[in-house]
Design a protein around this ligand. Structure first.
Ligand code: NAD
Length: 254
């Protein structure tokens, strides 16, 4: 019998094919969860399950799985609820919303399309997944934990990221509101606000800008995806049973 933090639980992770989502799958599976790795890039989600999960199956014996999912597509999100219920006979009670994109540009140059696509994935996608899977949890009368990945940029803003910062501030407010509504079902909702973490998403940040940012990080380095994943696992687990509606910075002190 596994004694992991989330032993026997079923976890859905979006954006699971890379970066923080992949690291979350690694740590949640190490801690005994069965993981559903969902990503728009199906091949990368498969790779997460094949190469980056701790066990072939979670501690309850159910197999991990990889699924293709565009979080901004409400039909696809609804379909995933159904296929998950068919496969696992109950909904995931841990939901990690890590799918996210950037389309950086100066405010004065940003296209409406780059504004909209970022809102659709980061904010609407988080909304759709949270709504659909919270509904499934309430229908199954199961308590749960939802962790939404915001960003420190949603608190302080950042040059070139008006679209992204707005979407991430929205994720915080949305998580706090959902926490207020879902508390009566014992479903907790928390947002985490990472600073600069070493994943593919920051490869588009110019080196000069990155070095400037790092000067403002007391710990003087980028964060590791695994460091964020440990926080995700804690918030997913019963160890954090009285934490809901919180927004937790994980920034090296930025
Ligand atoms: P990443 O680019 O490494 O991974 C993002 C994943 O999301 C990719 O696998 C991508 O295929 C997937 N994805 C993109 N659009 C999708 C969609 N429509 N539906 C489903 N999946 C989709 O980035 P990351 O650093 O792992 O970022 C994860 C989350 O953390 C994002 O929400 C990001 O905004 C946030 N974040 C990252 C940092 C950082 O420094 N890395 C800092 C703060 C917040």
């Amino acid at each position: 019998m596994s004694t992991g933090l989330v032993a026997g639980k079923l976890a859905l992770v979006t954006g699971a094919g890379s970066g923080l989502g992949r690291a979350a799958c690694q740590v949640l599976s190490r801690e005994g969860a069965t993981v559903i790795a969902a990503d728009k890039n199906y091949a990368s989600a498969v790779e997460t399950i094949k190469k980056h999960t701790a066990l072939a199956s979670g501690s309850n014996g159910a197999e991990h799985s990889a699924v293709e999912l565009d979080v901004s597509d409400s039909g696809a999100v609804q379909k995933l609820v159904q296929t998950t219920l068919q496969q696992y006979k109950s909904p995931p009670t841990i939901v990690i919303n890590s799918a996210g994109i950037t389309r950086d540009n100066w405010l004065l140059k940003m296209s409406e399309e780059d504004y909209s696509v970022v809102q659709n994935v980061n904010l609407k996608g988080t909304f759709l997944v949270m709504q659909a899977f919270a509904k499934a949890m309430t229908e199954a009368s199961l308590p749960g934990s939802i962790v939404n990945i915001s960003s420190i940029v949603g608190k302080y803003g950042n040059i070139g990221q008006t679209n992204y910062a707005g979407s991430k501030a929205g994720v915080v407010a949305m998580s706090q509101s959902a926490a207020k509504e879902l508390g009566k079902f014992n479903i907790r909702v928390n947002a985490i606000l990472p600073g600069f973490i070493d994943t593919p998403i920051i490869q588009t940040v110019p080196e000069k800008v990155l070095q400037g940012m790092l000067k403002m990080v007391p710990l003087g380095r980028l964060g590791k995806p695994s460091e964020v994943a440990e926080l995700i696992a804690f918030l997913s687990s019963d160890k954090s049973s009285f934490i809901t509606g919180a927004s937790i910075d994980i920034t090296g002190g930025f």
